[in-house]
Design a protein. Structure first.
Length: 276
């Protein structure tokens, strides 16, 4: 059963094909050849939290193929705070969807905690997504008729009622909104709604927080509030934070900026942020 699934999602095969064809190569030699293409500093160090190898994503639109990602290789370590920039259509959200296990690569590999995500069944993918990833959206995506606390409780479907309330309240405290728990979204400012969105992403204690333009709908003061919350979660809890943004001053507050163009990474460098 497991073997059947692995063959159906053939990313593992695809990677093997990318190593120069040599029929005399054993699978161990091929694995070593793949490992040798990783950046030198990683070969001896500890494993990164996530690693993409030559990831492509192609959408079929009728007759036309759209190459949303065209060979993206990158590594992100635990506790990094990274921003992803690039013009509209450059593949930022597609990349976030793959990192967040909402989608799998067309070819190439994605390893999360050393696990080959492309080889997992849809159920396992959903399970990893639920436990490891917190999503924050530009438009908050809160349910309007529910209180802030009820919104934050939503991901805790399998937790008992009292435990759910306690954990939601704690998550709201961590974003500085303990006193707004019973407010509905319409009774909160944009920045406060986004903080509820962050609390909802936090409530399951994920390893990675993915935020696709979290400040895109906010004025500069509220954006600052949101960045302060994300930076403190990153600093105090070593939460890995990945933010898509169009704003240079938001990107400058992260440790590292990955720039995309036409489905490729065109720049990947450290910022001068000196906060740690
Ligand atoms: N589900 C889909 N079906 C078909 N094409 C898609 C799909 N999702 C994205 N694309 C295409 O893939 C490319 C990359 O899209 P993506 O949403 O990743 O860009 P983006 O960098 O997030 O842009 P923006 O800044 O506008 O949000 C675009 O050309 C887009 O039209
Ligand atoms: Mg996008």
């Amino acid at each position: 059963m497991a073997r059947k699934r692995r063959r159906r999602k053939s990313t593992a095969d695809t990677v093997v094909r990318q190593v120069p064809e040599d029929s005399s190569m054993t699978s161990r030699k091929r694995a070593r050849a793949r490992a040798d293409r990783r950046p030198a500093e990683r070969r001896s160090g500890s494993a990164p939290l996530l690693r993409l190898e030559e990831v492509t994503k192609t959408y079929q639109m009728g007759e036309v193929e759209v190459g949303a990602l065209q060979g993206v290789s990158l590594e992100i370590g635990k506790g990094e705070m990274v921003s992803i920039m690039g013009p509209s259509g450059s593949g930022k959200s597609t990349l976030m969807n793959i990192i967040g296990c909402l989608d799998v690569p067309t070819s190439g590999s994605y390893f999360l905690d050393e696990r080959d995500v492309g080889a997992l069944s849809d159920n396992r993918l959903a399970d990893i997504r639920g436990r490891q990833i917190g999503f924050v959206f530009q438009t908050y995506n809160l349910l309007p008729r529910m209180s802030a606390r009820a919104n934050v409780e939503l991901p805790l479907t399998y937790t008992s009622g009292r435990g759910r309330r306690r954990r939601a309240q704690e998550a709201l405290e961590r974003v500085g909104l303990a006193d707004r728990a019973s407010h509905k979204p319409t009774e909160l400012s944009g920045g406060q709604q986004q903080r509820v969105g962050i609390a909802r992403a936090l409530v399951k204690e994920p390893a990675i927080m993915l935020a696709d333009e979290p400040t895109g709908n906010l004025d500069s003061r509220s954006s600052e509030e949101i960045m302060d919350v994300l930076k403190s979660l990153n600093r105090d809890q070593r939460l890995t934070v990945i933010i898509v943004t169009h704003e240079e001053d938001i990107a400058a507050q992260t440790d590292r900026v990955i720039s995309m163009l036409d489905g490729k990474v065109v720049r990947d460098g450290r910022t001068s942020r000196q906060s740690r």
